[in-house]
Ligand binder design. Structure first.
Ligand SMILES: Cc1ncc(COP(=O)(O)O)c(C=O)c1O
Length: 436
């Protein structure tokens, strides 16, 4: 470990609890676009984007300019004390963009987890029902309620005792490891409406007691698990049949990450509530809850909010992010980036048996690593070795998956073709090494 990094690591270990994980033992000094520089002067290509936060790149000049301008005006009146236009303007913009039914409204919070917490509060209030249905492999955050919705036990839930009440977990269509052990085309009939009506609502909770079904349109931390094409429409139908609020968590998949503004656009389905965060704030903490107005307006005045919720700096940054996505044609760029990277990853799949599956939407792509393709035994150690190899060779990449055996791409959509090619060369070098 180089000098400055070693000294900072020592201080970090003395001052910060070990529970706060660090995927890479590095300290940043500068970031620009898709490049990171550490305190010892080493440069890295960024395939992690601060875990899906930097869709418009690190320190996009228009985002930085908007933040600077806001700094000179005011920082924190608190929206509950004195309102400000950027909050309203951003709500109006998200109401135009987010695929929810009918007239929409938006409220802001500080993170993805807070957005999910508020979405559940609103759904329970609106329906006056307690139940919330979430899924295997879901990730919705680390607060007590969102941790309860999150599937993975280690590291998120270990030794933390009783989780939130009235949370029920359904199987998610993880086709590579079908939870029902079904094969196509039988599976097609089973995993949506049939599963809920004939199994889930009989064994877990009656549909009339369910306030909300919450799901990620493509599961993020769970391993970029992508449901089959008609699946979300089936969940929509189940929600409609029983007056259940459909909450779609786009915290990781939103704002161009999948090659469309929201992953829901791939499925042609409208939700009742959509939660978003991460890339919305362009690097500043911001989360949003957007939904059909009669659902969002259910809660009495004062029932929603927070001191820093929708702070002016983050709202200004988010307005700039949305403008950049549009003015720089980043959705089209993301689609092309997704096609190019998928092609390369599929070629790796052809060459390296350690890759069990390549999956995802647009440039939100993952490699599922297995010890062999027949047993599909998860190769979690290989995923760790691969991320370490990549770091040592100048590429920052992160793993994911309930089984810890996926490598994912969350690079800024502004990344150059040369940076992508260089990053993929490093990734292949790592695959070659772990495959031997
Ligand atoms: C789909 C999804 N929902 C919620 C969250 C929680 O967001 P935050 O870490 O901002 O609380 C995440 C974070 O990774 C996420 O991927």
């Amino acid at each position: 470990m180089a000098d400055i990094t070693a000294r900072l690591t020592e201080r970090r270990n003395r001052a910060v609890p070990r529970g706060v994980a660090n995927i890479h033992p590095l300290f940043i000094t500068r970031a620009e676009g898709a490049l990171l520089t550490d305190v010892d002067g080493r440069e890295y290509i960024d395939f992690a984007g601060g875990i899906g936060v930097n869709n418009v790149g690190h320190r996009h000049p228009k985002v930085v300019a908007a933040i600077r301008e806001q700094l000179d005006a005011y920082l924190h009146p608190c929206f509950h004390v004195m309102m400000y236009e950027p909050y309203i303007q951003l709500a109006e913009r998200l109401n135009q963009l987010i695929p929810c039914r009918g007239e929409k409204k938006t409220m802001f919070v500080n993170s993805g987890a807070e957005a999910v917490e508020n979405a559940i509060k609103i759904a329970r209030y609106h329906t006056r029902r307690p139940g919330v249905v979430c899924f295997d492999n879901a990730f919705h955050g680390r607060t007590y309620l969102t941790m309860s919705l999150t599937s993975k036990v280690r590291p998120y839930k270990l030794h933390l005792g009783a989780t939130a009440p009235a949370v029920y977990r359904a199987h998610f269509p993880y086709c590579y490891r079908c939870p029902w052990g079904l094969a196509f085309p039988q599976c097609k009939v089973y995993c949506g409406e049939t599963y809920f009506e004939e199994d889930f609502f009989k064994h877990h909770i009656d549909a009339d007691e369910v306030a909300a079904i919450i799901l990620e349109p493509i599961q993020g931390e769970g391993g970029f698990i992508t449901p089959p094409p008609g699946y979300l429409a089936q969940v929509r139908k189940v929600c409609d049949q029983h007056g259940i609020v459909m909450i779609v968590d786009e915290v990781q998949s939103g704002f161009g990450r999948t090659g469309k503004m929201f992953a829901l656009h791939h499925f042609d389905v409208e939700a009742d509530i959509v939660t978003s965060a991460k890339s919305l704030g362009g690097g500043l903490p911001l989360g949003a809850v957007t939904g059909t107005d009669r659902v969002l307006d259910a809660v009495h005045t004062g029932g929603l909010g927070g001191t820093f919720a929708g702070n002016p700096l983050a709202c200004r940054a988010a307005l700039a992010v949305l403008a950049v996505l549009e003015s720089e044609g980043l959705l089209e760029k993301a689609e092309k980036l997704g096609q190019d990277v998928r092609k390369e990853l599929l070629a790796f799949h052809h060459r390296y048996a350690i890759i069990g599956e390549v999956r995802g939407l647009g440039p939100m792509l993952a490699l599922e690593l297995v010890t062999d393709r027949t047993s599909k035994k998860p190769a979690a150690d290989a995923a760790k070795k691969l991320t370490a190899y990549c770091r040592e060779h100048g590429l920052i990449i992160v793993d994911c998956g309930t089984l810890g055996n996926n490598i994912r791409t969350l690079m800024p959509l502004t990344i150059t073709a040369e940076q992508v090619a260089k990053g993929l060369r490093i990734l292949e070098g790592g695959l070659k090494q772990i495959a031997t």
